[in-house]
Design a protein around this ligand. Structure first.
Ligand SMILES: Cc1ncc(COP(=O)(O)O)c(C=O)c1O
Length: 407
């Protein structure tokens, strides 16, 4: 049986997969089972932040696996402690503590636990347990994640959901204000929504959240699982929108270890005491191997000054797209290397199952990997070390496809 047949027979059918199977990759390029090469501007949905098989990750894996792969959190782990220091001092740059887990959903679940426990410790009861999130958000697939997510499609069939989540329209400051009650523990949102279609929070929305913290003491929690760790041209997605906001909690996963499974929560010193010994944990959180890999990634991003180079790459893309005159594309939005092409759905009349899915498949045929973000947006999430030449190539491939579709 070939890979497709094996998958069909033995692997759970929970993913809608494209009929393609990759066997190796290098940098921005990835190769399928038949040896066809693709320019990968999806990066495993914002995961492979340094592209495929980067030398620094290979080295960290080789060297650390020869020393110590796993060690329980019953003990101190030097690589974990160093990584936490990097995150606090160089990424968030605010006093706090870091918890390590394995995924974005796990990080968000932990953030919700923290919010509840913080107020339980303070008030002696769990009256303040509600969390406000945004419509079109995506926070993961665990029971906590789907309850937090502001999209009905992830919730269908899974009732009863974890109670206490309210969704407000993204960037609607008035709705956010009205949603806060005496039971609200936290406001959780993605500074830049990924799955929801590359929607950027406005500075006013961030400011409103800050005011609500001031007035009601609610916690501000940013889900930076997709937009964090440099992707937006800043270590922190929210700082590329507004400098002055200081969150209480930030969650990450995806790109933080360049493809090694890792998630994390940063918690401000004001709140971190709520998760004391015995309150939370994760067997594989912050292992020597995972932490060494993540350290190699953040050091490479720092040493190569990759974040500083992102604005010029974004400008190159935007300048070129602004000259396009294709019926199918109505615009481009996003920040840094988290960009979404908005599609003019009328130009994709018979596209199944959606305009974005159709265009992603057409680009794939031409040798460019991209990712749908909802039915009407196609995402570019190239590695942070993508070269200008690779961007040029991706633009050319996209132009070729759009020209073909126009004729
Ligand atoms: C913003 C955001 N939060 C949370 C998640 C869930 O992360 P994971 O799949 O690692 O659980 C995702 C995944 O796409 C995401 O984009």
């Amino acid at each position: 049986m070939n890979t497709f047949e094996l998958t069909e027979k033995y692997v759970l059918g929970n993913y809608g997969r494209f009929p393609i199977s990759f066997t190796k990759g290098e940098g921005c390029w990835i190769e399928d089972e038949d040896g066809k090469r693709y320019l990968d501007f999806g990066s495993g949905i914002a995961v492979c932040s340094l592209g495929h098989a980067p030398e620094c990750i290979q080295k960290a894996l080789r060297e650390q696996s020869a020393e110590l792969i796993h060690c329980s959190n019953l003990y101190h782990i030097p690589q974990q402690a160093e990584l936490a220091e990097f995150i606090v001092e160089k990424i968030v740059k605010l006093p706090g503590k870091v918890f390590f887990g394995n995924s974005g959903a796990e990080a968000n679940d932990g953030a919700v636990k923290l919010a509840r426990k913080f107020f339980y410790d303070r008030d002696g009861n769990n009256d303040r347990f509600e969390v406000i999130t945004c419509r079109d958000s995506f926070h993961g697939r665990t029971l906590g994640g789907i309850a937090a997510t502001g999209q009905d499609k992830v919730k269908i069939g899974f009732d009863p959901l974890l109670p206490g989540f309210h969704h407000v329209p993204f960037n609607d400051c008035e709705a956010l204000r009205s949603a806060v009650t005496e039971n609200t523990a936290a406001i959780l949102f993605e500074p830049i929504q990924g799955e929801g279609g590359i929607n950027i929070a406005t500075p006013e929305f961030l400011q409103t959240a800050a005011e609500l913290r001031q007035e009601f003491g609610v916690l501000i929690m940013f889900d930076e699982v997709q937009c964090g760790f440099g992707r937006t041209g800043d270590w922190c997605g929210w700082r590329s929108i507004s400098e002055g906001i200081e969150p209480d909690v930030v969650t990450w996963a995806k790109g933080m270890a360049g493809g090694f499974p890792m998630g994390a929560i940063w918690i401000s010193d004001r709140c971190a005491g709520a998760l004391g010994p015995g309150t939370h944990g994760s067997t594989f959180g912050g292992t020597p191997l995972g932490s060494a890999v993540a350290l190699s990634v953040v050091r490479e991003i720092e040493d190569q000054k990759l974040i500083e180079k992102i604005p010029a790459l974004e400008t190159k893309i935007r300048d070129r797209v602004s000259q396009w005159n294709f019926d199918q594309i109505s615009g481009i939005r996003g920040q840094g290397l988290m960009l979404g092409f908005t599609l003019n759905q009328k130009a994709f009349e018979n596209a199944e199952p959606s305009a974005s899915n159709f265009l992603v498949k057409e680009l794939m045929k031409e040798g460019l990997l991209t990712v749908p973000a909802g039915p009407g947006v196609v995402r570019w999430l190239p590695p942070l070390n993508v070269s200008e030449m690779e961007i040029e190539k991706a633009l050319e491939l996209t132009e070729t496809v759009l020209t073909r579709l126009s004729s």
